[in-house]
Structures are given as C-alpha cells and as structure tokens.
Ligand binder design. Structure first.
Ligand SMILES: NC(=O)c1ccc[n+]([C@@H]2O[C@H](COP(=O)([O-])OP(=O)(O)OC[C@H]3O[C@@H](n4cnc5c(N)ncnc54)[C@H](O)[C@@H]3O)[C@@H](O)[C@H]2O)c1
Length: 310
C-alpha cells in the first residue's frame, strides 16, 4: 500500500512512518517542518516539504496516488490557538478540508485522523470520558479538532470517503519536543536533565491519560485494516496527576530538584482520562506500555540526544 502521512516529520507522525516502512508500505511524507524535524523523517520515505493548505498539495496527490492518508499535521499548541485562533483554524480546519478534497479527487480509500480526546470534550462531566461524552471545547484547538472530525463525517456521507478518527490522550515518548509548549513529559525530562526546575501550572493535581507513542503507532496500523470507520478514544484508561508524574520522573532520573508552582494556564482542562473499551472492541487495541517503562524509554532517548549534542 502507498500511505501519505501528513506531519510525518513530527513526533507521532514520524513514528507512524517508521512502522509503515517497517511493514513494507510505500510512504510519502508531507510536512512544512514548522514544528517537525527533517532528521525525524525515515530515509525510505519520499518527502515533500509543503504546507497542507498549499494549492500544490493536489499535485502531490496526482503524482503519488496514495491508497491511504494518515493525517497528523496540525497546529497542536493549545496556548497558540488562544493567541491566534485564525492560524489554528487555517491549519487544522482548512488544512483538513484541503486534504479531504485531494482524497476525494484522487480516490484515496481511507483517511486516518489524529484527533484529541481531551481538547474536544472540554471540562469532563464524568470520568472516564467516553466517545459519547458531550462536546464542549474550551480552546480554539479543541474546536478545530472537533470541526475536522465533523468534516470527516461529512465527506464520508457525501463522498463515501472512509475514515478513522483516533482521539488521543496525552501522547509521550522519544522525539517529543521538550522545547515546545505541549508535552509535559518531554518538557519535564528536558529541564531536569539540564538541572533546571520544571514549572507545574496550578496545583499539580490535574489528571491526564498518558499513552506511550509506540502504542499509538500500533493503533494507526490497525486502523488501516478495520472494516467500518470509527471515532475512538486512544489512551490507557488510567489517570495520573502532574504531581505523581513529577514524582516518578524525579525518582527515575535520580534528581533532587523540586518543581516551581505557577498559576494555572487558560484553555487547559482540570482533569481528564479516557474510557478506552471501544478501541478494544472495534480495533482490537489496548495500550501495552505501562507508564514507568514508557518513561524509562523516553528518558533514555533524551539522555542519548543530549549526549550527542555535547
Ligand atoms: N502529542 C499529543 O499528546 C497529541 C494529543 C492529541 C492529538 N494529537 C495530534 O497528533 C498530531 C501529531 O501531534 P505531535 O504531538 O506529533 O505534534 P508535532 O508538532 O510533533 O507534529 C505535527 C507535525 O505537523 C507538521 N505541520 C504543522 N503544520 C503543518 C502544515 N500546515 N502543513 C504541513 N505540515 C504541518 C509539523 O511540522 C510537525 O511535523 C497532531 O494532529 C495533534 O493535534 C497529539
């Protein structure tokens, strides 16, 4: 199969690309390198340095004729979406529509979409949050992800384009950017390895569902094979507070640093974790990596990267 992966130079997308290549698929990456890195791109993938909103995207589809599209390109910074909602909507909503148009014009069989479990539902009315939980995003990012899901549904009805929307929890693992605004685990590890105290916004009692990137990759592969399109939560079904997370990292890193506490940030949820039984039922998937082993792998990656940089 030929798979076009948007955002294939980014954290999650590049791992998906590696696995697709490993499984013998032909892979085409479209990425504007706004947050992705060229060194993340698998050398066996064909790379187009391009914005998904570019009119030239159609030429890529005409030249490559992919069987599947795996859509990971996005503006994914909640705070940036509050500062610049137009930019967020341009990339996440218009960019998705551009892709959907190209998919339909070029007979793509299916699109797999990286959505968000937490950002679209807003402050949960009950925990864990299942796929039928009322939707009430509290940031433009959450709204743009939900709108993109609605466009997938619309194109499915109007054009018969199959889709799978994967609503991720907090994905973590090697290659996540520790210098960005998102990805608390990468940020904490990055800081602690440099001997700096990480900042915890709010009380630190806010809960998240941390899912390892290797498990997320596997569900992207399974989503290519499922019969009917679905929208499913992808998480561990377990909640971990930021304070607990810090405590585990401190212990695994053998650090004596304490965090700095700062006021909570706008647009961020208090607590969320996901109900994940639908993914098991529909895709035969469940998270296999426990938090401590996932964190150890992530720490090893950052240690190695820092070692290379010195
Ligand atoms: N990391 C998480 O915890 C998480 C949680 C829920 C959903 N997601 C979604 O998963 C996807 C991947 O997230 P990530 O954590 O790997 O982030 P990332 O920033 O590492 O990856 C996004 C990639 O998209 C590329 N990109 C951005 N705008 C683009 C554009 N206009 N045209 C082409 N390429 C563009 C970036 O250069 C980058 O390589 C995103 O859609 C994000 O919303 C991530």
């Amino acid at each position: 199969m030929k798979v076009l992966v948007t955002g294939g130079a980014g954290f999650i997308g590049s791992h998906v690309v590696d696995r697709l290549v490993e499984k013998g698929h032909e892979v085409v990456v479209v990425d504007d390198l706004s947050t992705g890195r060229k060194e993340n791109i698998n050398p066996q993938a064909k790379f187009y340095h391009m914005d998904i909103t570019s009119p030239k995207l159609e030429e890529v589809f005409q030249a490559e004729k992919p069987d599947f599209v795996n859509h990971h390109a996005a503006q994914m910074d909640v705070r940036k979406s509050i500062e610049d909602p137009l930019f967020d909507a341009r990339v996440n909503i218009l960019g998705t529509i551009c892709l959907l148009e190209c998919c339909c014009a070029n007979k793509v069989g299916r699109i797999i979409f990286a959505s968000s479990g937490g950002a679209i539902c807003g402050e949960p009315r009950h925990l864990p949050v299942d796929e039928r939980h009322p939707v009430s995003p509290i940031s433009p990012y959450g709204l743009s992800k939900y709108t993109a899901e609605k466009y997938l549904r619309l194109y499915n009805l109007s054009h018969g384009l199959e889709y799978v929307a994967l609503r991720y929890g907090n994905v973590y693992g090697p290659r996540q950017d520790p210098f960005g605004e998102a990805g608390v685990i990468a940020i904490f590890i990055g800081k602690m390895l440099r001997g700096k105290r990480p900042t915890i916004y709010g009380t630190g009692e806010q809960i998240r569902d941390y899912v390892y990137v290797g498990d997320v990759v596997e569900v992207n592969i399974l989503a290519m094979e499922v019969q009917d399109g679905v929208t499913v939560n992808i998480g561990t079904g377990k909640g971990t507070s930021v304070n607990e997370l810090f405590k585990i990292l401190k212990e695994r890193l053998g650090s004596n640093l304490d965090p700095i506490y700062a006021p909570p940030r706008m647009g961020e949820l208090d607590s969320i974790f996901l109900e994940v039984s639908l993914a098991r039922e529909k895709l035969g998937w469940s998270a296999q990596t426990d938090l401590v082993s996932g964190l150890d792998k992530t720490i090893d990656f950052f240690k190695e990267r820092m070692g290379q940089a010195t």
